[in-house]
Write a protein that binds this ligand. Structure first.
Ligand code: KG4
Length: 336
């Protein structure tokens, strides 16, 4: 089965063709990072305009790279949310146009399901599983007893991890997106600032990163006012240690409680080296799957793969009235 995936929820325009949920024939991506860098973050209106400009070229590139004709596609899978609404609508309308022109079935896919199923490209998914989803907009711990069964056990009460990384980077004067820059500096420093580890009093699986983010901002500002200098490497290392310790501990605790066969780490922040190292170092014996960097950040291959498994499970497709949603509940969308 050949699935054509389309992703445009934020600042990446991507189209991919994947055979049988596994073999990535093409994964064409245009990233707008260089455009948004000057503004220190994604500007939604500029993102939508660039999607419009790129989308037809990315469709063509994906078909050419895969050496596939539009007629050969069996299913079109497209991100329907959550994300920036203007951006989502560009990908969705391009996908609908393709489906209408070539008389192909279309299926709306949840962006976070896409991140989780990025794992199926390089690993065989085993259930029950726990997925830690860490990206610019989300931080969630999800229990999956089977394919496309999502139970959100914990989530952030304030900032997403990626968002905290980006803000900390900005305070230190690092470029957008901050995650990779903080990660790199962290490896050149030591945890000397001993920032708080936020486990929350109710000992739940929820997360909170705004306090930690404020601690870093205050530290930097206080030092500046006193005319003292901070050590950016040590501050990044301290921030990264604090974040990864909480993420890893909570994930292992839930994995043990549920007796899972696999731990999946997904989303843009799963590209973080410090997080990966801690997961491997402290692993009490779980199979831990983390996608290669090219499948960690937003891409359409993950949407094509998720679309494939979604179709296998529900045997249902959408029609051309399919819409996009800025917020979209993962559990509700796939409730059986
Ligand atoms: O999943 P993603 O590409 O987009 C969505 O939010 O859906 O994630 C982007 C986020 C950004 O906040 C970026 O700073 C973060 O992932 N990120 C990282 C790393 N690479 C990307 N954060 C920490 N360490 C990294 N190596």
């Amino acid at each position: 089965m050949l699935v054509l995936g389309v992703e445009s929820s934020c600042d990446e325009t991507s189209v991919s063709i994947v055979r049988d949920g596994k073999e990535v024939l093409s994964n064409a991506i245009n990233s707008q990072i260089d455009i948004h860098k000057k503004f220190g973050g994604v500007v939604p209106e500029i993102a939508s305009r660039n999607h419009v400009y790129q989308v037809s070229m990315i469709f063509e590139e994906a078909l050419q790279q895969a050496n596939v004709k539009p007629e050969d596609i069996d299913l079109v899978a497209v991100t329907m949310g959550p994300g920036l609404i203007g951006s989502l609508l560009v990908g969705l309308n391009a996908a609908k146009t393709f489906a209408l022109m070539y008389k192909k079935p279309i299926l709306g896919v949840h962006h976070l399901a896409g991140h989780i199923y990025a794992n199926a490209i390089e690993h065989e998914m085993k259930f029950p599983a726990v997925a830690l989803l860490v990206s610019g907009g989300n931080t969630e711990l999800i229990y999956m007893k089977d394919h496309f069964s999502f139970e959100i056990v914990g989530e952030t009460l304030d900032d997403a991890v990626g968002e905290a990384y980006d803000k900390v980077a900005r305070v230190i004067g690092l470029p957008y997106p901050g995650g990779p820059a903080v990660d790199k500096l962290a490896h050149e420093g030591k945890d000397t600032y001993h920032l708080p580890r936020v486990y929350l009093e109710d000992d739940s699986y929820n997360f909170s990163f705004s306090g930690l983010k404020s601690a870093v901002i205050n530290l930097a500002h206080n030092a500046e006012q006193r005319g003292e200098s901070i050590c950016p490497e040590d501050l990044c290392a301290s921030f990264q240690d604090s974040v990864s310790e909480v993420l890893v501990n909570k994930t292992f605790r839930l994995a043990k409680e549920k007796g899972v066969k696999q731990i999946i780490v997904a989303g843009g922040v799963s590209a973080n080296k410090g997080l990966k190292e801690r997961f491997m170092k402290e692993n009490p014996g779980f199979e831990i799957c983390i996608p290669s960097i090219k499948y960690c950040t937003d891409n359409a291959a993950m949407i094509a793969v998720a679309g494939y498994y979604q179709y296998q499970k529900f045997k249902k497709v959408d029609d051309l009235s399919l819409n996009a949603y800025a917020s979209l509940d993962l559990e509700e969308l796939y409730e059986v």
